[in-house]
Design a protein around this ligand. Structure first.
Ligand SMILES: C[S@@+](CC[C@H](N)C(=O)[O-])C[C@H]1O[C@@H](n2cnc3c(N)ncnc32)[C@H](O)[C@@H]1O
Length: 664
């Protein structure tokens, strides 16, 4: 049985044995009442608390494998094995902590050979901090550290490290001869460091100019650019609009998540706090599902201190990433923070209060569609919430001793919040992702794919509605989500995001049905209303000209040899030649953009593609194939501006043939 189904089966069994009246259940006053009514019934499921524990013996095996790979100079596998050794290694006894330090030291040697100097230095600093590395070997890592300092230009730090290395030679079990040769090596490194240090004092380091795109935060909604506003209506709820024309390429929004979670498939490759891809993870001392990129991230991750004990039950029960986040929204803040808000939650928020995504009230007010939720599903969600609440009660989250067979007011309140989060996340969570290289045999055929790392919730970005012809694309930069325009969005227009289905790759019926099923609304976007063709069915011979007066679309053949046309709607006479001339000028720009794109010069190609898009949107109306191609290229370029796995290599040449994938 797959792990996903374990959790599902528990819930299904509970729903099937339920004796209460489901109609009444749905009409209950609030989520807290739902938890209260179902709690005892849900307790018939035993919580799976067995653990995939850390194991010293396994750690030794992995470390030994790492050494073998290192000897064979298979550096990538060596790093992987040392990583596994560290994740598996318990941190309780001196012997275990020594193994951890040795694995770190070995990994740092490999990283130095791989010329990953900063990572090597991080490992050495971490192991020296542990204080459990055998003293008779310490001179080796200190020497390695000094070499890193030399390469990184940290000369003074290097010099003090050399002094420590010399002192620690006293504790080394070396023959006098070996000791002498080590000392010679150390002293020559010291000379080099001193020399470089003197030179560095004479040099003036030129300041690199940041070429960051301009982003002027909106006063009321700091996560969006000043040119964005929000509006609301009966059919669409809240949505974002443009206060002025927004040009393609502009940054529309940048937001930090309110909460995030890394999925089980990548939880030992990406930092659970900042999502960074890491080659040299620092594993949690107690569980095998959590790693960090630095001590800082480990310290910042308050939620893991609470969750560590139940991480196994969460991950191995097959609970979805939304379940993990529904709980984490709670564990990342102290109980008192929620309890103090219990009377204000759900009440109207003053209109001049700044909309910060970190505000719990903003998250709480995201849409739940609870009135539309089918009765059975409500019960199902409540069981999931109770399961999560019972796990939470096994931690030290509540400021008192908890009992599984008793439900206090406080627990009931928190259970109600978890139930609400599950509903919110269903419609408002985003995927976290990074670019990874496809594993291909031939290095020249190196390619990339977007790998999903987990989920996150961004309370401001969650206010953007969907269109199958979106105005923005989304990507992650660290844990931030960035939204950038991929078309000209005119003042007053709605700024649409995209929830998955894109007009050029999926037919209208299929898009409409999947949106109804997944997001519970009937899409009325321009592509759905007009049943736009798929990319493969778009005509290459058609010119979709925009009337200069009324902006209506006038469709004609590219080869119609006529100088003018009269707009079908307002009858204004429009010249065709000036438009054709402009489009011909674009050919050159398109070739340049393609050349830069294919050779991986994404910054240059973004600038050119943006110019092309501006002209397209001025004279032509979508859909047409060249527009789809350019937007697809823009998407690839922007993804390369976002997260990449640590060892990501941009392909030397990207496929010249356009691969139409989902835009988002
Ligand atoms: C992430 S929320 C977007 C913000 C939402 N409008 C609100 O008021 O909170 C997703 C929900 O918004 C609504 N929505 C999104 N795009 C829509 C559209 N194009 N037309 C109508 N409703 C839409 C749907 O109810 C969907 O489940």
């Amino acid at each position: 049985m797959s792990v996903i189904s374990i959790f599902q089966t528990h819930c299904d069994n509970l729903v099937n044995t339920l004796t209460i009246d489901i109609n009444n259940f749905k009409n209950l006053e609030d989520d807290k009442q739902r938890i209260k009514i179902l709690y005892d019934h849900a307790r018939s499921v035993t919580l799976p608390l067995s653990k995939t524990s850390k194991s010293y013996e396994n750690a030794i095996k992995y470390k030994t494998n790492g050494n073998k790979y290192y000897e064979k100079k298979d550096l990538d596998r060596a790093v992987d094995s040392y990583n596994s050794a560290m994740v598996a290694c318990p941190h309780n006894t001196d012997k275990e902590r020594e193994l951890l330090a040795v694995s770190l030291a070995n990994r740092s040697a490999v990283l130095l050979e791989k010329e990953l100097i900063t990572q090597c230095l991080d490992d050495i600093n971490y192991l020296l901090n542990l204080g459990t590395y055998p003293k008779h070997l310490e001179h080796k890592v200190l020497l390695r550290k000094a070499k890193c300092c030399l390469i990184l230009g940290q000369y003074n730090e290097g010099i003090s490290t050399i002094k420590l290395a010399i002192a620690s030679l006293e504790k080394a079990n070396l023959t006098p001869e070996n000791k002498k040769s080590k000392l010679t090596e150390i002293n020559s490194l010291l000379d080099e460091l001193k020399l470089k240090s003197n030179d560095a004092n004479l040099e003036l380091v030129p300041q690199l100019k940041s070429n960051l795109q301009t982003f002027t935060p909106n006063f009321k909604y700091p996560a969006v650019n000043d040119f964005v506003d929000f509006d609301e209506d009966q059919t669409q709820g809240r949505f974002a609009t443009a206060k002025r024309d927004i040009e393609p390429g502009s940054i529309v929004a940048e937001e930090d998540p309110h909460c995030l979670a890394i999925s089980i498939t990548t939880c030992t490759r990406n930092c659970s706090n900042c999502t960074k891809s890491i080659l040299n993870p620092i594993p949690c001392g107690s569980c095998v599902y959590t790693v960090f990129c630095s001590k800082n991230c480990m310290k910042e991750s308050k939620c893991h201190e609470i969750e560590c004990k139940i991480t196994h039950s969460l991950y191995e029960s097959g609970a979805s990433i939304n379940c993990i986040m529904a709980l984490r929204i709670i564990t990342q803040k102290p109980f008192g923070d929620f309890w103090n808000k219990k009377d204000s939650l759900g009440k109207p928020i003053s209109s001049d209060r700044i909309y910060h995504g970190s505000d719990y009230e903003r998250l709480y007010n995201l849409c739940t569609h609870s009135s539309m939720r089918p009765k059975g599903e409500f019960v199902h969600y409540s069981f999931m919430a109770i399961y999560l609440l019972r796990l939470l009660k096994l931690t030290n989250y509540f400021p008192y001793d908890t009992k599984d067979d008793q439900l206090t007011e406080e627990e009931c309140f928190i259970g109600g919040l978890i139930l609400r989060h599950l509903q919110i996340l269903q419609f408002n969570a985003h995927e976290l992702s990074e670019l990874r290289n496809m594993k291909v045999v031939n290095e020249n055929e190196l390619n990339y794919y977007t790998c999903h790392l987990g989920g996150a919730v961004y309370p401001t970005l969650a206010l953007f509605n969907h269109s199958c012809e979106p105005g923005v694309i989304r990507y992650n930069k660290g844990k931030k989500m960035v939204l950038r325009a991929i078309k000209l969005i005119r003042a007053g227009e709605v700024i649409y995001d995209n929830y998955g289905p894109v007009y050029s790759v999926e037919d209208t019926n299929s898009r409409i049905n999947s949106l109804i099923e997944r997001y519970w609304f009937q899409c009325q976007c321009v592509a759905c209303r007009n049943n736009w063709p798929l990319f493969n069915n778009m005509s290459d011979h058609e010119l979709r000209l925009i009337c200069k007066k009324c902006k209506a679309t006038n469709s004609m053949s590219k080869y119609a040899d006529v100088p003018m046309y009269n707009c079908w709607r307002c009858n204004t006479s429009n010249g065709i030649m000036p438009v054709l001339m402009k489009l011909m000028n674009l050919d050159r720009m398109t070739q340049d953009a393609e050349k830069s794109f294919i050779t991986g010069n994404f910054e240059k190609s973004i600038v050119l593609y943006c110019e092309i898009l501006k002209l397209y949107y001025k004279y032509l109306a979508p859909p047409f194939p060249d527009l789809v191609k350019v937007q697809q290229r823009m998407r690839t370029c922007m993804l390369h501006d976002g997260n990449k796995e640590l060892q990501y290599k941009a392909p030397n040449r990207l496929p010249e043939q356009l691969m139409i994938e989902n835009l988002l």
